[in-house]
Design a protein around this ligand. Structure first.
Ligand code: PLP
Length: 393
């Protein structure tokens, strides 16, 4: 009776079950997987969301790609990042996931291929499956910093490849796609009529000074149809407002053809709320206060992690250039799942690398969002497990 886009039953893993059981028992633990900025102790001014009550929101005047005013506000936010974007090339979405779905509909037919980086964000398997496209993985190379392994990428191309996804900086490896790698990717994609979709939601959170400036930006491309994705969710730490966007880069004729099709899909769903559009400019401006706090927190936690792990032969932090996560490489004394369960029993929750399709064992992924003191306590608890002497934080 039901579609095969979804699994027959929602499978839960042992870690989810253990977390649930621990919560039910009222057993506290330090959550190093916390990725909800609104629950991480940041100061959100009480009146931050007042712009959502703009009385102009009482009137519904749908505009499929988004109101001109809100698209200008998003263009102004790109100007803050040093990119001049025509608001006419901006499309508003309810979230980044919504943007992916729009793009899969516009660029691919059922059964076409989308190349997805590995390791990365686990949601891609669902997002592609829900739109009936097939995810094929290309690797990120882990020599020193992570970068695109072009050999696997080219091996994964098929005549049905419609999109190459990049995540810059990537969740969880924290690697930006460099300008040189984006040039190389564009040279592969353009002649094959493959579009580049660049998830840049974490672009504001540089951990390695200068990394963002060295990164390639999809929205600025002239040579290949490309899309840059962003949103309030990460840029100003307001996922609940449900406002995202995509910017169409590339040659005019392709960009216009994409915009026409996007308009049709957006007109079918009209998913972006009017109050969110009316508030976009004010939220982007006022949200800078929240962004600054998140940026300071993730940088401080990343430095604390480096300091705690420094000098420990058995554990190492994989260099992260940006984003909200860090990758800890640990000794393979047991399967990752057993390891994270044992850590949870010891009162600290981390994610295993296999959740993100790491090619081998053993990696732990930690969020850099938790308040500094609890992050430091959680890290010490993790390192204690490996008999590492954690540097007091
Ligand atoms: C790489 C990446 N893209 C997109 C999102 C989700 O963004 P949104 O809330 O706008 O759908 C996340 C959330 O963690 C993410 O890690």
């Amino acid at each position: 009776m039901f579609s095969s886009r979804l699994p027959d039953h929602a499978a839960t893993n042992r870690l989810t079950e253990a977390v649930r059981a621990r919560r039910a028992r009222g057993d506290a633990f330090i959550d190093l997987t916390q990725s909800n900025p609104t629950a991480a102790g940041f100061e959100y001014p009480d009146d931050l969301l007042t712009p959502l009550a703009d009385p102009r929101g009482l009137r519904y005047a749908p505009s499929p790609l988004g109101s001109v005013e809100a698209r200008r506000a998003v263009a102004a936010d790109y100007a803050r990042q040093g990119l001049a974007i025509d608001p006419g090339r901006i499309v508003l979405t309810a979230s980044t996931s919504d943007a992916y779905s729009l793009l899969f509909k516009v660029l691919a037919n059922a059964g076409d291929d989308v190349l997805v980086p590995r390791p990365s964000y686990p949601l891609f398997d669902y997002l592609t499956g829900l739109d009936l496209v097939a995810a094929r993985h290309y690797d990120l190379d882990v020599h020193g910093a992570w970068s695109i392994d072009f050999a696997t990428l080219e091996r994964q191309l098929t005549p049905r490849t419609r999109i190459v996804l990049i995540v810059s900086p990537n969740n969880p490896t924290g690697s930006f796609v460099s300008a040189a790698d984006l040039d190389r990717l564009a040279a592969i994609c353009a002649p094959r009529d493959i579009a580049i979709v660049a998830d840049e939601v974490f672009v504001d959170y540089e951990l390695e000074p200068g990394a963002a400036a060295r990164a390639g930006r999809a929205a600025a491309r002239q040579d290949v149809l490309s899309f840059s994705l962003g949103g309030l969710s990460k840029t100003v730490g307001l996922p609940q407002v449900k406002l995202g966007w995509l910017v169409v880069g590339g040659p005019d004729h392709l960009a216009q053809a994409a915009l026409e099709r996007l308009e049709l899909v957006c007109d079918t769903y009209l998913s972006v709320s009017t109050p969110a559009q009316l508030a976009a400019a004010a939220l982007l401006e006022r949200g800078a206060f929240v962004r600054a706090q998140i940026g300071a927190r993730v940088r401080a936690n990343y430095q604390a992690l480096l300091a705690a792990v420094a000098g420990e032969a058995s554990c190492r932090v994989r260099a992260s250039e940006g984003g909200w996560y860090a990758v800890l490489q640990v000794p393979s004394l047991e399967p990752e799942e057993d390891l994270v369960l044992r850590l949870l029993a010891d009162g600290v929750l981390t994610h295993p690398g296999y959740f993100y399709d790491f090619p081998r064992q053993s990696f732990l992924i930690v969020s850099l969002l938790p308040p500094e003191a609890s992050f430091a306590a959680g890290v010490s608890r993790v390192l204690r497990h490996f008999n590492c002497t954690a540097t007091p934080l």
